[in-house]
Design a protein. Structure first.
Length: 487
């Protein structure tokens, strides 16, 4: 029986008062919520930013893919750098630095007039997003007792989806278009206040402090990024990378294309009166009619852009709000159904949702938003599962680094695949000149989405290789003892 381990965990957690534990929870939740808002900014504004900063409209789709890659690679780099800082100098300080990073460089991004400079600034901004996740997770895992961790994992997991949802609501009421996108990045700089407060008020992980005081992390044994790729951590790291890659690719390499598919469809059909007459949706008919009427006064481009931006915001909203609910429950579901069974079942269900979503003829289909919501709901469980299960795979010494590498190395793989799909979209994209009626519309997003959806099945193989963690064994032992005592 693991009574020693249980006692150690309990004693460690008791070193923080209740108010300090709540402070840690609030800071980590808000830090990841604002990181989620930045993910929403990425999804909703990139089309408008690329249209504004590029002279050649034919390059917009390709550069959207490049900007998504900036997020993925930046977040991966931030996971490494700030995860290492968290293991070396403390979780709370690294978390505050991560929030400051994505806030400051978001403010700077608002003033750029070059797409290349914008890419660099977004890369650095997203380093802060990538650094927030491993340090926030590790701090929560080490500040609270084991029995609270499933609930905490769900709370942290849902924060990003809440952030995405909130920005989508804002964008549905204040338009993002090529002439007015800077406000979103100015808004993205507001969490700098949270960074300052976190630096001053958030206590350090008691478990991390205990290891520093005991000399386990002496100057000769400081944690390095390469340590998680050496024995005995290598196998766990590789499994963790795949487990994180699957839902990340599902989000950015599968579901995220639905946003741009909706925007593309609006722009393609805006100049086709015949399509307007055939469209079964009254709301869409009104939008398209406005575009045609404005075309007579020379204002078609601005109105069509506005409709596309709000369509993306609607899709982002309908994908994010169900995920806010399911990610809250992801940790608890892993406890009740088992970590492996939960993950495998979610892979199968999410795969099914992608196939139904991308089997639809166009984003104005009656079932489009329904399947976007279903995919958002079931894929959201992953982001309650990951905060619970990834950190507990690694010992305290390399917890932030190990979970950060696992989560963010998956982003590197996703970035490579996004580049491939971006060139695919550019090569096979059907231009406006080739479309004369709604029957001619056949977006390459459909093929990309359906093929990439098969990546969910790779997660089933990885989860079967995942060993039972010490924390999982401790939690089971704790509940067993409680049951014996009550009996």
């Amino acid at each position: 029986m693991n009574t020693t381990s249980i006692s150690d965990h309990s004693d460690t957690a008791s070193r923080l008062s209740k108010s300090q534990c709540i402070t840690v929870l609030v800071a980590a939740f808000l830090g990841w919520l604002f990181a989620g808002a930045h993910m929403g900014i990425n999804s909703i504004t990139y089309h408008s930013v690329a249209t504004s900063l590029l002279d050649d409209p034919a390059q917009v789709g390709e550069w959207i893919g490049f900007l998504v890659v900036a997020f993925l690679l930046g977040a991966a780099a931030g996971g490494y750098v700030f995860g290492w800082i968290g293991d070396r100098f403390g979780r709370s300080k690294a978390m505050a630095m991560s929030v400051a990073c994505y806030s400051i460089f978001s403010l700077i991004s608002a003033g750029t007039t070059s797409i290349e400079l914008f890419w660099i600034l977004r890369f650095i901004t997203c380093m802060g997003i990538g650094g927030m996740w491993p340090n926030g997770m590790a701090l929560l895992q080490e500040a609270w007792p084991n029995t609270a961790k499933p609930i905490l994992a769900g709370i942290l997991g849902t924060a990003a989806n809440i952030g995405i949802t909130l920005f989508a609501v804002v964008a549905m009421n204040k338009d993002v278009n090529p002439d007015d996108w800077q406000w979103a990045y100015l808004l993205g700089g507001s969490p700098i206040i949270l960074a300052i407060i976190s630096w001053i008020c958030v206590p350090e992980s008691p478990k991390w402090l205990a290891e520093q005081q005991s000399g386990l992390n002496s100057s000769a044994e400081k944690v390095g990024l390469g340590e998680v790729f050496t024995s005995p951590h290598r196998r766990l790291t590789m499994i963790g990378i795949v487990l994180a890659f699957v839902p990340l690719f599902g989000g950015w390499g599968v579901a995220n294309w639905a946003n741009y598919w909706a925007a593309e469809y609006d722009e393609v059909v805006a100049d086709l009166p015949a399509i307007i007459e055939d469209d079964a949706s009254e709301e869409n008919t009104v939008d398209q009619t406005v575009d045609v009427e404005n075309a007579e006064t020379g204002e078609s481009k601005q109105t069509a852009t506005k409709t596309a931006s709000n369509k993306k915001a609607e899709t982002s909203f309908n994908r994010a709000w169900p995920g806010s609910i399911s990610s809250l429950l992801g940790g608890a579901l892993a406890i009740f159904l088992g970590r492996k069974f939960t993950y495998a079942a979610l892979c199968i269900i999410a795969f099914t949702c992608t196939q139904f979503l991308y089997a639809l003829p166009h984003p104005n289909h009656d079932h489009f938003q329904l399947w976007v919501g279903c995919l958002g709901f079931f894929s959201g469980f992953f982001f309650g599962w990951l905060p619970l299960c990834l950190p507990e795979m690694f010992p305290t010494r390399v917890r932030a680094t190990g979970s950060g590498v696992s989560f963010n190395f998956g982003r590197i793989i996703v970035a490579i695949l996004i580049i491939v799909t971006s060139f695919w979209l550019k090569e096979y994209f059907a231009t406006n000149d080739e479309i004369t009626s709604i029957d001619d519309y056949n977006s390459s997003y459909v093929t990309v989405g359906r093929v990439c959806g098969f990546m969910y099945l790779a997660g089933i193989v990885a989860i079967l290789m995942m060993p039972k963690s010490q924390t999982e064994a401790d939690i089971e032992a704790t509940f067993d003892e409680a049951g014996q005592s009550s009996g």
